[in-house]
Design a protein around this ligand. Structure first.
Ligand code: ADP
Ligand code: XUL
Length: 517
């Protein structure tokens, strides 16, 4: 009974899976939704609403309370002493700022107190900027200018200087709170922060999540001295080391052994970002498979045979935790945009789905650029969608057409923005919270003119983490495990139904509307 545990700390929830690698089965799953289970943090969608100047932050103590609730729930479902390999993933780009008491604190955690109570005095910044933050345009410009322009930042780090990336966020913190920056001894990503907590010692940052910082050189996969200097003074000493995904961070600490019943000496593989982990969990860690994730953000990613940067500057190259690299495009206006349209008409998901079923592909030329908040793919500073069609449609009087226009607009924009990857998929592997919705999956199949498949296990981020742990710590073959655990859900393949030119004119209209912004 060799159990492997994978943990996923994403935007709206913390979830996990335990797999048995002998019987090739799922032993237990658990999830803690931040908004529902931890209402005291006043973050209904996992972040603190109402930030000014594009700031979007979360409370890192909320992530710790969620981890404890999660492990408490999991302990009731399975014997954690049987877990012999652990890894995990975090939402990408978010950062946690810690003082010099941190290493000693995590090494001496007391089970009579909660993690959040003990870690709180180590924070030099109360809240963590997350990937939805768009407050750092000035800092992006400054970093790009200092190293010779965005094309240099892109060729070195795999992305142009981008607002949500950790480097520009660190620079803004250094500029706005220089004293707190000087008291900061360590800056962790969400992934390496949680991994360090579990090990009771500083964990490295992996190349998958590290490449989302505008600080890592993707040629040699190590910190780039010029980018570090352009970002903030003496940054190198504040950062963990960078390592490939197949690296042991340490062993589970006494706190978790005593409190949750883990066996001593259980090895922990370094954590990665949620998207790189999902690449593994979708069975796509080797080039050839394309994944679309419909989580809080919508993302489009694939393992990459070689390193190619996006000429439009919106896409990213990250390390692949299974080795090599991956390409990724992220869309901020994902699930929360679909929810905004749903809530505007007081619909539930059932009514939202019926609206998609009741309306034709192409939506009788009613078109939406569905951006409720500034988008990053492409970079457009919109606070409300643009609608083009009938008067009733444009004035939000046509609920069903608005819902179809939102979903079609999202996938049309996704197709336009990802041409640079030159992938012409026959099959799209769909994951994330909204992927279970067949009507949404049908629009994806129609717009991309490709088959859409979902996997039998829905939490691909946590599954990817458990597979990475089993592969690295137990020496199991990752390809074989992907074959065993990443099986398509029976009968779930969705074929395109719309004619191949159904979205030709809508694509042109959307591209035209975006060009004008
Ligand atoms: P994250 O990992 O980013 O925290 P998830 O992948 O768990 O997010 O996805 C959560 C989202 O899934 C919710 O914001 C919700 O909008 C969406 N969702 C859940 N159920 C449905 C459904 N039936 N149809 C469409 N979207 C859904
Ligand atoms: C990727 C990105 C998001 C976050 C949250 O670049 O910003 O997908 O990882 O899921």
């Amino acid at each position: 009974m060799p159990y492997a545990l994978g943990i996923d700390s994403s935007t709206q929830s913390c979830s996990c899976i335990v797999i048995d690698t002998d019987t090739q089965s799922v032993v237990a799953e658990a999830a803690v939704n931040f908004g529902e289970c931890l209402p005291q943090y006043k973050a209904p969608s996992g972040f603190i609403p109402g930030g000014s100047e594009g700031e979007v932050h979360s409370d890192p103590l909320m992530w710790l309370d969620a981890l404890e609730q999660l492990l408490g729930d999991l302990k009731a479902k399975c014997d954690l002493s049987k877990v012999i390999a652990i890894s995990g993933a975090g939402q990408q780009h978010g950062s946690v700022y810690l003082n010099d008491r941190w290493p000693n604190c995590i090494n001496n955690l007391d089970t009579k107190e909660s993690l959040s109570t003990q870690i709180a005095p180590c924070l030099t910044r109360d809240t963590s900027p997350i990937w939805m933050d768009s407050s750092t345009s000035t800092e992006c410009r400054e970093i790009a200018e200092a190293v010779g322009g965005d094309s240099i930042v892109c060729s070195r780090s795999g992305s142009i200087a981008i607002e949500r990336f950790t480097g520009p966020q660190i620079r803004r913190f250094y500029k706005t709170s220089p004293e707190a920056y000087s008291q900061t001894a360590r800056i962790h990503l969400v992934s390496s922060f949680l991994c360090s907590i579990l090990c009771g010692a500083e964990a490295d940052i992996d190349t998958g999540d590290g490449a989302g910082m505008n600080l890592l050189n993707i040629q040699d996969w190590d910190w780039d001295t010029d980018l570090l200097e352009a970002t903030a003074p003496e940054l190198i000493k504040r950062l963990p080391k960078v390592a490939q995904g197949s690296t042991t961070a340490g062993k589970i600490s006494d706190y978790f052994i005593q409190k949750y019943g883990f066996a001593s000496n259980t090895p922990i593989t370094i954590f990665t970002g949620d998207n790189p982990s999902s690449l593994v969990g979708m069975g796509a860690s080797k080039p050839g498979k394309l994944v679309v994730s419909l989580g809080t953000s919508d993302t489009f990613f694939a393992a990459m045979p070689g390193v190619v940067a996006d000429p439009q500057g919106c896409g990213h190259v990250f390390g692949n935790p299974a080795g090599g690299s991956m390409s990724l495009q992220c869309f901020v206006n994902g699930s929360l945009a679909r929810e905004e349209v749903k809530d505007k008409f007081g619909y539930d998901w059932g009514q939202f789905t019926a609206a998609l079923i009741n309306t034709p592909a192409g939506n009788d030329d009613k078109i939406m650029v569905p951006f409720f908040r500034p988008e990053i793919s492409p970079r457009v500073d919109l606070k409300a969608p643009i609608l083009e069609g009938s008067d009733a449609f444009e004035s939000w009087q046509d609920a069903d057409a608005a819902i179809r226009a939102c979903v079609e607009g999202q996938f049309i924009n996704m197709k336009l923005r990802t041409d640079w990857m030159q992938l012409k998929p026959e099959v799209i592997y769909l994951t994330g919270g909204a992927s279970k919705n067949d009507a949404i999956a049908q629009v994806a199949a129609d717009v991309f003119q490709a088959k859409v498949q979902r996997l039998a296990v829905s939490g691909s981020v946590a599954l990817g983490a458990s597979l990475r742990a089993a592969s690295h710590s137990l020496g199991l073959d990752l390809d074989e495990m992907e074959g065993q655990f990443c099986k398509p859900e029976a009968g779930s393949t969705i074929e395109p139904k719309a004619p191949s030119d159904a979205y030709k004119s809508a694509s042109k209209v959307i591209e035209g509307l975006l060009r004008k912004r």
